[in-house]
Design a protein around this ligand. Structure first.
Ligand code: SF4
Ligand code: SF4
Ligand SMILES: [Zn+2]
Ligand SMILES: [Zn+2]
Length: 640
């Protein structure tokens, strides 16, 4: 630890420049404090691009943004028809006026929080009205059809769309005035989609000191601005756009860019600092990514610096090639690497040949073994494309269970399409969270409606722990449509038991949320009393599904399994044989321009720290895709 501290102290910073413009690449990044880019003042290609996305912005115009004309799905006959979204002043409602050739002219009321004062009955009673900067927070709408603020898949400009239910699925449709009509499946399981929107609690209220003070247009006023609802949960830093593979599904398109974007050690430390300086909650978990992050020449020093700066959780998103070298893995562990997010698309070499250009199963196995030897945890990260590797959900789960002494999570990622693709290809390759839940359920014996919850379900734990410790805790308060998952116990004979089978999750987390609210009401310094702890124990008891109890899982074993989720020494090695291991099977569906919803990105919790400040993941890699514009700030020719 001493040499880690010395290493961080030795990193010096060049003289700081004025911190206000995208064009000024060297500056203290954590001090970025600027205003949203004004059209007349756009200087860099990033600023010009942001301004160009606003040319329609119907939601920004308020009621003047309506009517919005386009082509729409007629629910009466199932065909498309011309029509417009209009505001009905008397009812303060948004209506779709359709002129259908078959059904005539008719009007359909839309659920709407973008133009009207409608407050959905499902809104949480403690839903905050505004962010800390005073920007209104619209509650999540779990009713369809509904209006959505979205992007054109072709030009990315902000337009108005509509989300509706048909054939048991949830869809999004929109018409760009320049590029026409687009429709895409948002979730193949409308019932699950609705349940997810009900299984969450109040939103957060954003940052205390956003980097952009006067943002009003999302996502063109990034990054992080006063409209943003969540606080960063997992920091991301791109270490290099180089890669030792050439994959068609890679977000970074590293080798195709034609330039090298590799921040130096000082810039990386600045980006780390921006995450640690985030208020009210300093970020404690960072993921180095790329390209392939292990290719950065100062990789070990960067990991050491992150640990020295107070990150308790340092992880990499890697293809595992360098980690398959025992010496490299040993050095990474010694530097302080905690977790590897291992790119893992399946268990067959043929698949890797097709997707990644090389047979890679041997590399993956060696990387897993090296992590085992060096006490590094693994989360498998499969990118799932329908018709390509959606048949790998079960084999991947089995591989994880067989290696559950070192693998404790799978983060499936339904494919996110960058740029425009043909409608037929979109329909055949689109894989949604509903498909994922069904495939995991089939592979594990879980129940889709009972066992799957949104990623934001666990925010009450953070709220309670914050009161218990008196220190801010990160909160995964993303939109309920962003991610879902379930937790399993793994019995000693390898059987998977979904935890929601034994606990009523809404009783448990809702009870914890209410208890924390009662403690908070006693004042900012209030801490849980013994009586509160007794209440918490009672909430646990009440939530236990006594009728569904599994005699193979004793209460003591359950408590030890819970500890294994947070403490390394439990659930590992000889100690691990005495406890039930756990496995998280989850998925995050990163948006693309087809299914983009600004209500989701405003709640994004995965935050890139870049030379231009902090940006949500779904603005960097998808949607407006700011990545190449930001890389330009830091790029140099490939041969250097
Ligand atoms: S994504 Fe967040 S930071 Fe970016 S403009 Fe929207 S609210 Fe602001
Ligand atoms: S990265 Fe995208 S999908 Fe994930 S929380 Fe952020 S907005 Fe949602
Ligand atoms: Zn019709
Ligand atoms: Zn367009």
């Amino acid at each position: 630890m001493e040499d880690i501290r010395r290493g961080a102290a030795a990193i010096t910073r060049p003289q700081a420049l004025a911190p206000q413009r995208s064009s000024e690449a060297f500056r203290p990044i954590h001090e970025v404090a600027r205003q949203a880019v004004h059209p007349a003042a756009a200087e860099t290609s990033l600023e010009e691009y942001k301004v160009s996305l606003r040319r329609y912005s119907p939601v920004q115009k308020g009621l003047d943004g309506l009517p919005w004309s386009g082509e729409w799905h007629c629910v009466k006959c199932g065909e498309n028809a011309p029509g417009k979204l209009v505001h009905e002043r008397g009812e303060d409602a948004v209506l779709l006026e359709l002129c259908c050739e078959r059904c005539g002219t008719w009007r359909e009321r839309q659920h709407d929080v973008l133009f009207t004062g409608y407050r959905p009955p499902t809104a949480h009673p403690r839903q905050p009205e505004k962010t800390r900067s005073g920007f209104p927070i619209r509650p999540i709408l779990g009713e369809w059809p509904k209006t959505v603020e979205t992007l054109c898949p072709e030009c990315s400009c902000l337009i108005l769309g509509r989300s509706f239910v048909a054939d048991g699925a949830v869809w999004m449709e929109k018409t760009c005035p320049e590029h026409g009509y687009f429709r895409d499946k948002v979730n193949s399981n409308a019932k699950l989609h609705e349940l997810l929107s009900q299984r969450c609690f109040q939103d957060e209220a954003g940052l205390t000191r956003p980097q952009v003070s006067d943002g009003t247009r999302c996502p063109t006023d990034c990054g992080l601005c006063g409209q943003h609802h969540s606080t960063p949960c997992l920091g991301q830093i791109d270490l290099s756009n180089r890669c030792n593979l050439t994959c068609p599904v890679c977000f970074a398109s590293a080798n195709q860019a034609g330039y090298l974007s590799e921040p130096n050690l000082w810039t990386v430390v600045e980006m780390l600092k921006a995450l640690r300086e985030s208020k009210p909650t300093p970020v404690t978990a960072v993921q180095f990514t790329g390209g392939e992050p292990t290719m950065h020449p100062d990789f070990f020093q960067i990991v050491r610096a992150a640990r020295a700066m107070g990150f308790t959780h340092v992880q990499i998103a890697s293809n595992g090639i360098l980690m398959s070298d025992p010496e490299f893995a040993k050095k990474a562990a010694k530097a302080g690497l905690h977790t590897m997010y291992l790119q893992f698309d399946g268990v067959e070499d043929e698949l890797y040949r097709k997707l990644r250009g090389k047979p890679l199963m041997d590399v993956k196995r060696k990387a897993v073994e090296n992590c085992r030897q060096n006490d590094i945890r693994i989360c498998l990260v499969p990118t799932i494309v329908k018709g390509v590797n959606d048949d790998q959900i079960e084999p991947i789960l089995r591989f994880a269970v067989e290696n559950s002494d070192v693998i404790n999570a799978i983060a499936y990622q339904p494919v996110s399409f960058t740029g425009r693709i043909a409608r037929k290809e979109l329909e055949s390759k689109r894989y949604t969270l509903g498909d994922l839940a069904e495939d995991i359920a089939e592979a594990s014996g879980a129940d889709v409606e009972r066992d799957f919850y949104p990623a934001n379900l666990v925010t009450p734990i953070s709220r309670f722990l914050e009161k218990l410790d008196g220190k801010p805790k990160i909160r995964t308060s993303c939109h309920s449509e962003c991610g879902l998952g379930t937790y399993f116990f793994i019995t000693p004979d390898g059987e998977l038991i979904p935890i929601p089978r034994m606990f009523d999750m809404m009783k448990l987390f809702g009870g914890m949320n209410d208890l924390t609210a009662a403690i908070e009401a006693r004042g900012p310094e209030a801490r849980p009393t013994r009586w509160d702890m007794a209440k918490l124990f009672w909430i646990f008891l009440k939530s236990y599904q006594w009728g569904a109890r599994d005699l193979r899982i004793t209460p003591l074993g359950f408590m030890r399994a819970l500890r294994s989720m947070t403490l390394k020494k439990y659930g590992r090695g000889a100690e691990g044989k005495k406890v039930y291991r756990t496995m998280m099977a989850a998925g995050m569906h990163f948006m693309d321009r087809y299914n983009y919803d600004t209500e989701r990105v405003r709640r994004c919790v995965i935050t890139y720290s870049t030379p231009d400040g902090m940006y949500p993941f779904c603005t960097i890699n998808c949607g407006p895709s700011y990545r190449p514009y930001i890389e330009e700030l830091n790029a140099r020719p490939l041969e250097s």
